[in-house]
Design a protein around this ligand. Sequence first.
Ligand code: NA7
Length: 538
Amino acid sequence: PRADARTSFDAIVIGAGIAGMYQLYRLRQLGLSVRAFETGTDVGGTWYWNRYPGARFDSESYTYGYAFDEGLLKDWDWSEHFAAQPETLRYLNHVADRFDLRRDIQFESRVASAAWEEAGRRWQVTLADGRRYDCRFLVTALGPLSAQTLPRIPGLADFRGQSFHTHDWPREPVNLAGKRVAVIGTGATGVQVIQTIAPIVGQLTVFQRTPNWCTPLHNRPISAEEQARIKAGYPDMFALLRTTPGCYIHQADPRSTFEVSEAEREAFWEKLYSEPGFGIWMANFRDILTDPKANALFSEFVAKKIRQRVRDPQVAEMLIPKNHGFGTRRVPQETQYYEAYNLPHVRLVDINATPIERVTEQGIRTSAEDFAFDIVIYATGFDAVTGSFDRVEFRGVGGQTLKAKWEAGTRTYLGLMSQGFPNMLTIVGPHNASTRCNIPRCIEQNVEWITDLMRHVQAAGVTRFEATPEAEADWSKHVEELAGGLLYTLVDSWMTGINRNVEGREVRRILQYQGGAPQYREACEAVARDGYRGMRLD
Ligand code: NA7
């Protein structure tokens, strides 16, 4: 039975997505009393919330599932190379059942604040509804892309039709057939929505601010033979994933763009364009994301593809990014996305030319035109990485808030903790390799490192730990240095912490550890090996 009345725990985990579920499982194995708090009514995090049409993996399904349990790997069959959201949610429910996780998860429980109490060396956790709990150790599993943001446009509440942010897509079915639909936003989410609903709706109007470089996903079902091969190959595959920078199956090409002949280059790029997944981004020539000339040449290759696929040359030009090169923002992967614009009832509106002035009762008014819609879909993204932390009031030593601390500059140790916030660990926090990663792989690493620390802390009778200011300063500097020379740091996107819908998010930040997952893992392991160097354990 669930010990709902209990309010004191060894550890509290915030969030029951991929990270929170696994952390709960591991801490429970150590014999700790643990409670996980989750805002949703069930497990799944990202895959619980994002039920919008077309939501699916951009990672190969079998590289994305948990790797920690052989039985789980053996029993679960992914149906497609890139599974859709309902399947992923079923998978996460299967995991919750299999490991009996729900008995320690409290749903519909949004954590509003967590305050460190120095005297008792405990965290006081308060939910949005006022219920209070306390724990020795606090682990955040908030998700890097869970703080959804709506556009700052006047009149949002005036609209009389249905409207939703893709993250908050309703649980009950939305009837899109024959409807007049608007989509605002053309990031990875917008692209998935647009290509999926275009054939179904009556009219589709896409409001685009910045086009992205999208490349084909080439998804397909997994045959029985492939299934057997995938399962037999799991040990080798996971070993390979430990060696690639983002734990993807794609291995970087050691050659540089200009060391091969033009014919060889074109043939290689054609091959990448015809292959499934992120290979085109991650297994391209090694200088594509660092040398502006190489980047420009490859961008032109993709532009040519867009021109071939979109019939109206004016629309094609609108869909080709002009101010950033390929791969310097998150690359949306698509299935017939460009072809959607060849349908007679699909229209692309460039809101730089004709800005949105307001949302009206009927629809959307731009500087040029009044549009009427039945449904408005906001695919407008997230206050990334730190946004989910900002939505909880974390108060550390002396009552300082984490938000105020990080506003003055993101500071962490290993992307897993922040000085002044003792006994608190941040899975997928800023400065962590996870947000440049096939995320469950990096989540498992984070969770296992945290679990080892907890084991050590328990055995040694430690009741308080904290990163030292020096270690934090060094790590933060190291993270900044590693990003030097990468073209993405010169471009606005969620990866550089930009979100013009949030005040204060107009300045680029280094949010990610760019040294690659293997080097990150080694850095974490070295800290543990050296008796948790850079941390004070009392
Ligand atoms: P993204 O990639 O941040 O995309 C958000 C999109 O919404 C992007 O095209 C934005 O244009 C657009 N946007 C945001 N605000 C506005 C306003 N006010 N007006 C017009 N257009 C706007 O979020 P996604 O959900 O697509 O993807 C997030 C990640 O989730 C993705 O990378 C995957 O890793 C999974 P902008 O580019 O800012 O001009």
